[in-house]
Design a protein around this ligand. Structure first.
Ligand code: MG
Length: 348
């Protein structure tokens, strides 16, 4: 008699597109372990990511604006949820593996530093050999979580997390196969990331008074729509229709929608991200993270994981600690270490 998990695996084989990944055909985990009685492998990975500490820390990490106090700004966590939702919408219509897509989307930004782009920039300068968040995301799931046991995720989820790269020059779709996820679900998560951040970062930038809707370049607005919801709808529909037209060989966008999306992203980089890098806020992030980097390396026994210090050296341990901080943790620790405690004036 088959288990509940095996029934679900059989259902995947019967209902998903031939190009979709199937749980029963996973390339497996770093360390073999017995399968779950009720959950197929990718579903189990999705659950492991949601239950991990790095996932909870995303709620206090910057998306674009530092330690935002306004309740309506995105954080890394809400960004991640928007990516996951967009990715699942696309995966569902294309009959791809929804839980694999979701697991990659939920894990894609786990390695982000405090203070968003600014923090990543600062750490890249501080860490010998450089720093990028997607390598750190993989390190979190492979090594750091679960008291250095790692989450022991499947190859497909790890591949999607490790090959999620973006930045100014990363292509949303159509990247060279060497530079994109091996599964089509990983490609969905990547395009969903760009669709999410291009749209919600405009929304937050307007909220912060950094942009006005009228500032958006007219070309992309004409193609994609005037509102956030029109633009997301247009991009998602385009991805679905174009990908189906291409027989699910890869995730596609039509040329006009792809060009408009890239143009909007270039505009955002210039008007918002690089604008922020040039501000006083950025130099504050540099000061805080630079100060913490020095202090924690001076006192590894107090701050760092000594197993990492032993096995991989001081820089690796300091990188893991500083990169893992939330914005508010970094600010508080900086205050504790660098700001004198005020003397309380007693009456009399
Ligand atoms: Mg992201």
């Amino acid at each position: 008699m088959s288990t509940i998990r095996e029934e679900l695996e059989a259902r995947e084989l019967a209902s998903l597109a031939p190009a979709a990944a199937k749980s029963a055909e996973t390339r497996g985990r770093l360390r073999p372990e017995p399968p779950d009685p009720i959950r197929p492998a990718f579903q189990r990975d999705r659950d492991r990511i949601i239950h991990c500490k790095a996932f909870r820390r995303l709620k206090h990490k910057t998306q674009v604006f530092f330690a935002p106090t306004g309740d309506h700004y995105r954080t890394r966590l809400t960004h991640t949820l928007e990516v996951s939702q967009i990715a699942r919408s696309i995966a569902k219509v294309l009959r791809l593996h929804e839980e694999l897509t979701e697991a990659i989307a939920l894990g894609h930004d786990l390695g982000h530093t405090p203070f968003g782009h600014a923090g990543e920039h600062v750490l890249d300068e501080l860490v010998p050999g450089g720093f990028n968040h997607y390598e750190q995301s993989l390190r979190i799931v492979d090594v750091l979580e679960n008291d250095r046991q790692g989450l022991n995720l499947t190859w497909e989820v790890r591949d999607g997390i490790a090959r999620h790269s973006k930045g100014r020059s990363g292509m949303p779709v159509g990247a060279d196969p060497a530079h994109r996820a091996s599964t089509i679900e990983g490609q969905v998560a990547r395009v969903a990331d760009i669709i999410a951040y291009v749209n919600h970062d405009i929304d937050d930038a307007v909220r912060a008074g950094v942009l006005r809707h009228a500032d958006l370049p007219e070309g992309p607005v004409a193609v994609l729509g005037r509102t956030k919801s029109q633009r997301i709808g247009r991009m998602v529909t385009d991805v679905v229709v174009q990908t189906l037209d291409g027989g699910l060989a890869e995730i596609r966008m039509s040329e006009p929608v792809l060009q408009a999306t890239i143009e909007l992203r270039t505009f955002l980089f210039e008007a918002v991200y690089e604008n922020i890098l040039a501000t006083a806020e950025f130099s504050k992030a540099t000061g805080i993270l630079g100060g913490l980097w020095e202090k924690v390396r001076q006192r590894p026994e107090r701050f760092l994981d000594l197993r990492t210090v032993e096995a991989e050296g001081l820089d690796a341990a300091a990188r893991d600690f500083v990169a893992g901080m939330t914005d508010r943790y970094a600010v508080r620790l900086y205050e504790q270490l660098f700001i004198p405690t005020p003397w309380v004036e007693l009456g009399g």
